[in-house]
Design a protein around this ligand. Structure first.
Ligand code: NI
Length: 255
């Protein structure tokens, strides 16, 4: 049974067939999905989906790429949303210097304020870190939230720092890509007990669907790759990563 710890089913890519796709997931072995917010409206939709489907949990947060369209008052709205009982994380939040390097200070400020909010409401965070490893790590070390670094793209040294903080490493479709050598090395070295499986649907579809719209059922290809890298069974990878997600998000998924 699959726990997809990071997806965006509120995305417009699912507007035509969202209900069909979501209804099909349990038969495809997906027992749970954590839907991540990116701005206020996506976070609200995330909560709505979680209230509609028993197997969907919600995260609420402002993504670094959405900071420019947000304002500090939105943090209050997020905090209120986080009180909904299906909200199990604050995210996705973090730093992205790849797509938007011109507002680094503002990104850091929103990231820090959302980490503090997560600590305040005792929820873990979903971290987005793209080309911003040092600044991300510094804020995590300073405030020590619980959480996961989603779509991990750092070095082995960074992975070790993340694990020392008691955080998890999110591994998605990228691990199946041809040029994934650095991530494969990290996955080989770190214990399975520290890995969360994720899709980032509709993005990051694993090989052989790279470039196509992704949904949570494609996580099988990612799990198979992790099993191969770590010389474990496919079933063990699914089971351990599900238990990891249940422990981090403090939920018990009915099987
Ligand atoms: Ni995402």
């Amino acid at each position: 049974m699959i726990f997809d710890s990071h997806a965006h089913y509120d995305d417009k890519a699912f507007d035509d067939d969202r209900a069909e796709i979501l209804a099909s997931l349990p038969q495809l072995g997906v027992c749970s999905v954590l839907n991540a917010g990116t701005n206020i409206s996506a976070s609200e939709k995330s909560v709505e989906l979680s209230n509609k489907y028993s197997y969907i949990y919600a995260a609420v947060g402002i993504h670094p790429e959405c900071i420019s369209e947000c304002d500090y008052k939105d943090l209050e709205i997020l905090k209120n949303l986080s009180q909904n009982e299906k909200v199990v994380a604050i995210g996705e939040i973090g730093l992205d210097y790849h797509y938007s390097a011109e507002n680094k200070e503002l990104q850091k400020d929103f990231f820090e304020k959302q980490i503090l909010m997560a600590n305040d409401v005792s929820l873990p965070i979903l971290v987005h870190d793209r080309d911003a490893h040092m600044d991300t790590l510094n804020l995590l070390k300073e405030h020590k939230p619980k959480g996961v670094v989603h779509c991990f793209s750092g070095s082995m040294e960074m992975a070790e720092e993340i694990l020392k903080l008691g955080m998890f490493i999110g591994v998605g479709g990228v691990v199946t890509f041809k040029n994934a050598k650095k991530l494969i090395d990290v996955v080989r070295e770190i214990p399975l007990e520290c890995i969360l499986l994720e899709t980032d649907a509709p993005y990051m579809a694993p090989t052989p669907f790279r470039g196509k719209r992704c949904d949570s059922s494609y996580i099988k290809f990612t799990a198979q790759k992790i099993a191969e890298i770590k010389n474990k069974s496919y079933e063990e990878v699914l089971q351990k990563t599900r238990l990891n997600a249940e422990s981090l998000f403090n939920v018990e998924v009915p099987l």
